[in-house]
Design a protein. Structure first.
Length: 572
């Protein structure tokens, strides 16, 4: 969650006399360095500034740390000169340099769900962050926590007994923290772990501010602390996470305790500065397990939230989220191998001009070839998005599709994603591919999904304007699926709209037909061409023509094929 824990530091006189905390940024993307330094430029911890050192590979970082082990925090990317360069660097720091003090925060844009658990289980790190979730507030919070931890550990080495209490207690709630939890787990038997994760806590922070967030956490801590006795050990392990440990607890006893806590919070309203807030928890329970107890409790919470928040979920080995993790790992490896082995290919589906009865263009659709099987994108694109591989797939599709259309006059389209639009160099890349193959940009249409929230994507409008300048056409795909982007007809200067297949395949029904009628009227007024997707039989095709939709696409015309059709009119 957010960095609400930390009040502004009191600035003392002559702060420049304090040596800065040293933070090492290890990432092969220069933009990440710039963003990180900008987000943390005002960070002061314990009245000391922060200085940054940038390196762009794990090898550079290794050489630097071998000569200078005074860094407090290292922000390390996973994938650099090799797939696991960042993790190998972490092992070197801990195992070869014998440096347990440096606080290591792994940051990756290729996380998925499984890598997080794998890294936490197998590497001595202090935090794991997905770059797509790490906004400025969260980055500020993570680094500040890490520096505080580093400071505490270093002081602990000098004043062991004096600082022990501080090291093992959370400064806000005074409950035991994660360090104490990990130490206690070693000495306990037949453990039950109950993880309480506050629901929608970031919304409280966003709506009411960090001060209100502090108050809620303090009050939750006080309430749970009332339960602490020889049977219940209470820990505050994260900003919005609390754990209760029990030994030799029966299922009935555990359920009774949770019911008591839920009832208490249901009947409690937290009022602070005239703001009245009720809270709920999503709760994960781990029983009869011997290892990775906290990680399993976290998985149980995530499993619960696949359905909803404010639920209780016991960990078991057949949870859906674990199957998803396993499947995601398999698909991640398969996609990586397919890219390396040139098994990502375009298939081509004809787009038929209903007015002149000719195929005028094709949509290039991605397929993954595995032995003799042709795999559709529905099986692997979600994993490709989660693991940061979509941009590579787009580039393969563009380059291979362009080659197919160098020897004919057809127009063609490819799908692009929000990840492509985030890349400030994407339009220039498209221009270079077209120029290299001597293909007019006017023949290429780039299809953007309607459910992409273009307003929230940095560089999207710049890229779209640049693509228009090059001469490319822009199409809005699956129009009507979200019913939210009529404004994009104007804003994006669209050339084509593809009406979502749900409405087309149900054109015999009144509501879908009325919806399509509205889209046709609006598009005609704007001078935008329409494509009807999912034209799957003759009856639908005839209705599409009757509505004066210019283009048809679907299995009635042709299925996606690894080659272009020989006939101009496959319906003749």
């Amino acid at each position: 969650m957010e960095d609400f824990l930390f009040a502004d530091e009191i600035v003392q006189e002559n702060p420049s006399t304090k040596a800065p905390w040293k933070v090492l940024i290890v990432d092969d993307d220069p933009g990440i360095h710039d963003i990180t330094i900008l987000a943390l430029k005002n960070l002061r911890v314990q009245n000391r500034p922060v200085s940054f050192t940038s390196v762009y590979s794990a090898k550079e970082a290794q050489e630097l740390i071998e000569h200078d082990q005074s860094f407090a925090v290292a922000l390390i990317d996973v994938v650099m000169e090799s797939t696991h360069a960042g993790l190998e660097l972490t092992q070197h720091i801990r195992k070869e340099l014998l440096n347990p003090y440096l606080r290591i925060i792994i940051r990756t844009g290729q996380s998925g769900k499984a890598p997080e658990k794998f890294v936490i289980d197998n590497y001595d790190i202090n935090d794991y962050k997905d770059k797509t979730e790490l906004n400025a507030d969260k980055l500020y919070s993570s680094v500040k926590i890490a520096i505080d931890s580093y400071s505490e550990i270093m002081d602990f080495n000098h004043e062991n007994d004096k600082l022990y209490k501080k090291v093992v207690h959370n400064p806000l709630t005074n409950l035991y923290n994660r360090h104490k939890l990990q130490a206690d787990l070693i000495h306990m038997n037949k453990i039950t772990v109950i993880l309480f994760n506050l629901d929608r806590f970031s919304h409280i922070n966003d709506l009411y501010g960090y001060k209100q967030g502090n108050y809620i956490i303090e009050e939750v801590g006080r309430t749970l602390q009332l339960l602490e006795d020889e049977n219940n050990k209470i820990y505050h392990i994260g900003i919005d996470e609390f754990i209760i440990l029990r030994e030799h607890s029966s299922t009935q006893e555990t359920d009774a305790l949770i019911a008591k806590i839920i009832k208490k919070f249901q009947n409690t309203s937290f009022v602070h500065e005239e703001i009245d807030i009720n809270i709920t928890f999503t709760i994960g329970i781990v029983e009869n397990e011997t290892e990775f107890l906290c990680n399993k409790a976290d998985l149980a919470v995530k499993e619960a939230r696949l359905i909803s928040s404010n639920r209780v979920q016991r960990y078991h080995h057949n949870m859906k989220i674990q199957q998803d993790i396993f499947n995601n790992l398999l698909w991640f490896k398969e996609i990586k191998n397919a890219l390396a082995q040139d098994r990502i290919v375009p298939y081509f589906q004809a787009i038929y001009n209903n007015r002149n009865s000719k195929i005028e263009k094709y949509e290039c659709l991605v397929r993954l070839i595995k032995e003799d099987e042709v795999i559709s994108p529905f099986s692997f694109l979600d994993v490709a998005e989660e693991t940061g591989l979509l941009t590579q797939i787009t580039k393969v599709m563009l380059e291979k599709s362009v080659l197919v259309f160098t020897n004919n006059n057809f127009s063609f389209s490819i799908n692009i994603t929000k990840h492509d639009l985030q890349d400030e160099h994407f339009a220039d890349y498209v221009a270079s591919v077209l120029q290299k193959n001597s293909i007019s940009a006017e023949r290429l249409t780039l299809e953007v999904l309607e459910n992409s929230s273009l307003e929230s994507i940095p560089n999207s409008k710049h890229n779209i304007a640049r693509l228009h300048d090059i001469g490319c056409k822009i199409s809005l795909d699956d129009f009507g699926a979200q019913c939210q982007n009529f404004a994009n007809m104007l804003d994006l200067q669209l050339d084509t709209i593809k009406i979502d297949g749900y409405f087309i395949k149900n054109l015999k029904e009144e509501i879908p037909r009325n919806m399509v009628d509205s889209i046709v009227y609006f598009a005609n007024k704007m001078g935008i061409d329409l494509v009807a997707e999912f034209v799957w039989n003759k009856d639908i095709f005839e209705i599409v023509k009757e509505l004066d939709i210019k283009y048809s696409q679907g299995y009635y015309i042709s299925e996606p094929l690894p080659y272009l059709l020989a006939k101009e009119d496959p319906l003749s």
